[in-house]
Write a protein that binds this ligand. Structure first.
Ligand code: MN
Length: 513
């Protein structure tokens, strides 16, 4: 069990009926308990599964689903039909359940006991048709859910449930997600904009704004000693030039001011119970900061890098949708090995089959994706309202496969775009000392970048080495949003057809629900 998910539960409800007598239900109950126990003991599932008994009538189903809705620990429900469970009895319950649903098509017995099987055995082990009856009502109700098919002891089967559990937990995390924008969106930018009311209804995001005058009330409360302590942490955690520790140097002063910015931002985020934030490099408060000493004398890039490690979602230039999605990616990825980050398409590298896109940002890349210990450096930054010496963590990313995702507002609906990518070795940039990754979008640069652009994808993305498209499939299903996947199977003609078909599908989908 991963500690991050220990406050959550997934409920397991078994469908049955009383037609076969109370003895059969007692057996169903025993089998279900053993299965849930076995699933929890597998070590594969990050969220504990809690068996909630058999549901044998419409009222029982409705009561369990109402309880699941009301229970704060419950982040999703798994249903399984051990015997035949007439599906009309699930209608009211399924109408009540708004939390993520997984329909598990499995069977207590692994193999048919050819020699001994009788009618009693058959009546008991009836998921083969009970799960089809249940599947029908979900299809008939257009009820979003995930279907997992396989034997309950098979690790491959449990892996699919584990993915869904992580997404369900992240979905619960998203339902009270407050995102604070320090500064507004960068003027005139289209793709980072969107409908905040619809986002709150759809994803649970609450998007707030905090003016710098209010940020300064937190800044003023930061104690110098705490800043000194944080600077000491920096020097112990990151490689750095020894002269940076010279307290009389400009470099030290910049690192110190960065630490103060970090403490300020963290204090705001904690106080506001926020899970994500955005910055805007054109809006950093008082422009006379170098005279007054009150405010951010450089963009808080190092602060953003470090806050991302802690799980605060980050979006640059006011991009609150990316900030929120980065938090969700981080939340889903907890305990997984390779890391995640906010990234931006920086510049192109044409090299035939190896054509790639350099991923970086001004500074704000999460060190979780670093291939080695990051280096703390201070360099001049020539963009934004503060053209100043600026502290940052410099590194290149790990290599290997990953997934980049973004959400855009299409007007009337949100669209999730997901691209499988392959990170190849990036190189240090002596004249542009920022953290970076270098990736080749799948199936190749030409089709991958082309499809992303055609779909209206951002230049910002939420990247993870550990997530797979299956996570995003589950996420889109739970959020009930459009998803476009760009991978090795993508062709431009098919992708264009999907874009056109989706326009109609989402128009009709609204009418059907
Ligand atoms: Mn940007």
């Amino acid at each position: 069990m991963i500690k991050a998910f220990e406050n959550y539960e997934i409920w397991f409800v078994t469908g049955a009926q009383l037609l076969y007598g109370g003895d059969a239900v007692v057996q169903v109950d025993g089998h279900s308990s053993a299965m849930v126990e076995g699933m929890n003991a597998s070590g594969i599932l990050p969220v504990k599964v809690v068996y909630k008994g058999t549901a044998n009538s419409s009222n029982e189903v409705a009561d369990i689903m109402s309880a699941a809705e009301a229970d704060k620990k419950c982040v999703g429900v798994i249903t399984w039909m051990h015997t035949f469970s007439p599906a009309k009895m699930w209608i009211h319950g399924m109408q009540k359940l708004r939390k993520p649903l997984l329909h598990f098509h499995t069977q207590y017995n692994e193999e048919i006991p050819w020699e001994t099987m009788d009618m009693d055995f058959m009546n008991l082990n009836q998921s083969a048709h009970g799960d089809r009856e249940f599947g029908h009502i979900l299809a008939r109700m257009r009820k979003n859910h995930k279907t997992v098919v396989g034997y309950w002891k098979d690790p491959k089967t449990l892996e699919h449930i584990a993915v869904w559990q992580r997404v369900a937990a992240a979905w619960a995390d998203s339902q009270d997600m407050r995102i604070i924008r320090f500064g507004d969106q960068m003027n005139n930018v289209a793709v980072t904009d969107g409908d905040k009311v619809e986002a709150e209804m759809r994803f649970g995001y609450h998007v707030d704004y905090m003016p710098f005058s209010e940020v300064m009330t937190y800044f003023d409360k930061v104690e110098d000693k705490d800043v000194d302590d944080l600077v000491a942490v920096y020097f112990s955690e990151y490689d750095h030039a020894p002269e940076l520790e010279d307290k009389a140097s400009e470099g030290y002063r910049k690192v110190w001011n960065s630490a103060k910015a970090e403490l300020t931002l963290r204090a705001v985020l904690k106080d506001k119970n926020a899970k994500a934030f955005t910055t805007n490099f054109d809006d950093l408060g008082d422009v006379n900061v170098n005279e007054t000493g009150r405010g951010f004398d450089q963009i808080p890039g190092l602060a953003s890098q470090r806050l991302m490690v802690e799980g605060y979602g980050f979006g640059a230039e006011g991009d609150w949708k990316s900030a929120a999605l980065c938090r969700t990616v981080w939340f889903m990825s907890q305990g997984l090995p390779k890391g995640c980050s906010f990234l931006e398409d920086y510049t192109l590298h044409f090299d035939g089959e190896q054509s790639a896109i350099l991923q970086a940002h001004m500074l704000e890349i999460c060190p979780l994706i670093a291939d080695a210990r990051p280096k703390l450096e201070v360099h001049h930054l020539g963009i934004g309202v503060r053209k100043e010496q600026t502290a940052r963590l410099v590194f290149t990313s790990k290599t290997g496969d990953g997934v980049a995702a973004t959400v855009v507002d299409m007007g009337g609906r949100f669209r999730l775009i997901v691209n499988e990518v392959r990170c190849i070795e990036s190189k240090p940039l002596p004249k542009l000392p920022v953290a970076s990754a270098l990736w080749i979008p799948k199936p190749n640069f030409e089709i991958g970048a082309g499809a992303w652009i055609m779909a209206g994808g951002t230049h910002h993305s939420c990247f993870s080495y550990d997530l797979t498209p299956e996570y995003w499939e589950d996420y889109a299903e739970i959020a009930d949003i459009e998803m476009l996947l760009i991978n090795d199977e993508t062709t431009i003609p098919n992708f264009k057809r999907d874009l056109r078909i989706n326009e109609i599908y989402y128009m009709l989908n609204k009418a059907l629900k």
